[in-house]
Design a protein around this ligand. Structure first.
Ligand code: PMP
Length: 408
């Protein structure tokens, strides 16, 4: 008998499928703006100099390969916690933050969602609210643990900006104590973040309604180049004692994509509550992965705890974020110069410059994106998102000219 005859063929993951098409393309002028990974000005992956140094130290140390504890390497989770919440965080000082090392940001999101599914007292139908749009994996991760992802208004295609009014109205009308997923900075895929004044308003609403903040922090340092500034939303919420957790990834800001370095931080109302949460996370983690991988955690904990390496890391982050910001300026200037018609609803391409982080939502429509892929070998997702890191001084002109052609 055919055991798996009823298993339907699933479609390939759209981003990874796009990358495969890019790799197979023989056009020497091809450009990959799909995947969200940093590239240097030659379009090559960049191993951060500080990571090279720290890796060497880790390799030279006479480390063994014994299991880490279930919740990971304490030197890593403690330092990672301070990086997110800040040196002066009251929540950290009062021992109310517990941290578990996870398989990068994806693992943190999964463990957080799993914990929620077991222990959160949902007001309505196990709903977790996610921005429209959001990182596609949020939907899958949340559904996989039996929770229901429900979209809240976030992006306004008319203005290619934040639909703050819709966002606020929606938060006000959700049942009390709703769980709301927030991107702490550099929103993926839109590159559109609330301003600090808007974060203040959001925090007040969370307090008023007793909502739970589920922060996803995958790009700390990538938005402004400043680690502290990029964590200000998280710190604001923590200072107001809004119930919250943070999913943290070191994939982008340390360029450690395939090492899977991340952490889940949950803030409790008291030290005792925090310890009870940690004990349950340990139980869940034990059955899922037993214990997390050590190598990347050693590298990152060295970088976070050695003052010299930490300074060097901050310079490396500046190098990445500045290059991305430079590409935003150059792309904007080039499109101005070409007098490229702006997307519907916009008088110019200013959104390219005002958007934040790794991505830009260009406002290009699906037909225009398809044409860029099929006729120009320029790979981007059909929602018009481009990874700014895929642009460089060698391909920017060609990209701008191609955009100019497809929108006319
Ligand atoms: N959250 C968001 C919003 C992301 O964009 C990403 C990376 N694409 C992640 C989480 C997790 O990535 P990783 O598992 O590689 O840390």
């Amino acid at each position: 008998a055919q055991v798996w005859s009823s298993v339907p063929l699933a479609p390939p993951d759209s981003i990874f499928a796009l990358t495969a098409r890019y790799v197979a393309d023989t056009n020497p002028k091809k450009i990959n703006l799909g995947v969200g990974a940093y590239r240097d000005d030659n379009g090559k992956p960049w191993v951060l100099p500080v990571v090279k140094k720290a890796s060497r130290k880790v390799e030279e140390s006479d480390r063994d390969h014994e299991y880490l504890s279930i919740t990971g390497l304490p030197a890593f989770t403690n330092a990672a916690q301070k990086l997110v919440f800040g040196e002066d965080s009251l929540s950290v000082k009062e021992n109310r933050v517990i941290s578990v090392q996870t398989l990068s940001g994806t693992g943190a999101n999964h463990l957080a969602a799993l914990f929620m599914s077991r222990f959160y007292q949902f007001t309505k139908d196990k709903e977790i609210y996610i921005s429209n749009p959001t990182w596609a994996n949020h939907n899958a991760i949340i559904s996989n643990v039996g929770l229901n992802p429900v979209s809240y208004p976030y992006y306004n295609p008319q203005t290619i900006g934040l639909d703050f009014e819709g966002f606020v109205k929606s938060i006000e009308s959700m049942p009390a104590k709703s769980v709301i997923l927030l991107h702490s900075c550099a929103h993926n895929p839109t590159g559109v973040d609330p301003t600090s004044e808007q974060w203040q308003i959001l925090a007040e609403l969370f307090l008023k309604k007793g909502h739970y903040a589920f922060f996803d922090s995958a790009y700390q340092g990538f938005a402004t180049g400043d680690l502290d500034r990029d964590s200000s939303s998280v710190r604001l919420f923590a200072s107001k004692r809004i119930p919250m957790l943070v999913c943290q990834s070191f994939a982008k800001n340390a360029g450690l994509y395939n090492e899977r370095v991340g952490a889940l931080h949950v803030v409790g109302a008291s030290e005792d509550e925090a310890q009870r949460i940690k004990s349950q996370l340990s139980v869940l983690q034990r059955s899922e992965i037993s214990n997390p991988p050590a190598y990347g955690a050693h590298v990152v904990s060295l970088i976070l705890t050695d003052p010299e390496l930490f300074s060097e890391w901050k310079r490396d982050i500046k190098t990445m974020s500045s290059r991305i910001i430079e590409m935003r300026d150059q792309l904007y200037n080039k499109l101005q110069e070409l007098k490229t018609p702006a997307p519907a609803g916009r008088s110019d391409w200013g959104h390219i410059k005002s958007q934040i982080g790794m991505f830009s939502f260009t406002g290009l429509n699906k037909a225009q994106c398809d044409s860029l892929v099929n006729n120009y070998s320029i790979y981007l997702t059909a929602n018009g998102r481009i990874s700014m890191a895929g642009l460089n001084t060698h391909n920017l002109q060609r990209f701008a000219e191609s955009v100019d052609e497809v929108v006319r």
